[in-house]
Write a new protein. Sequence first.
Length: 141
Amino acid sequence: MNCVSKAIARLRNYWRRGANARRGMAELAACPPGELHRIAADVGLTSTDLKRLVCGHPGPSELLPRRLEQLGLDPGFVRVGQPATYRDLARVCASCTDWRRCQRDLARGNVQAGMGDYCLNTHTIDALTVEGRAGAQAAPG
């Protein structure tokens, strides 16, 4: 892919994320406060956390799954098998201010760069990694 194609792809992704964030903000703004609290409670979040997840940066939707994959964890499996843990990972990721740094590190394939330095989910991801290794060793082969 040449430089122009990469630049166009980045602009398209930037525009798409912005459009999705604006659409999400509009949908949340249209909800009566009681309904917003009920929706947030249904997924185990506060209304503030729900707004942050919907309207924020691409961390929870793009970077978190990529980080898990690069660490050898299946994000879909974690999302289904441990929904409360995945929700907590996404909530914490949404509050991160270092998402651009994370994005650069993951694009370079340097997943370990943030784990001890800036990733707020380091301890939870480490626990998932250890748990995954323990389960793989205990499985009959």
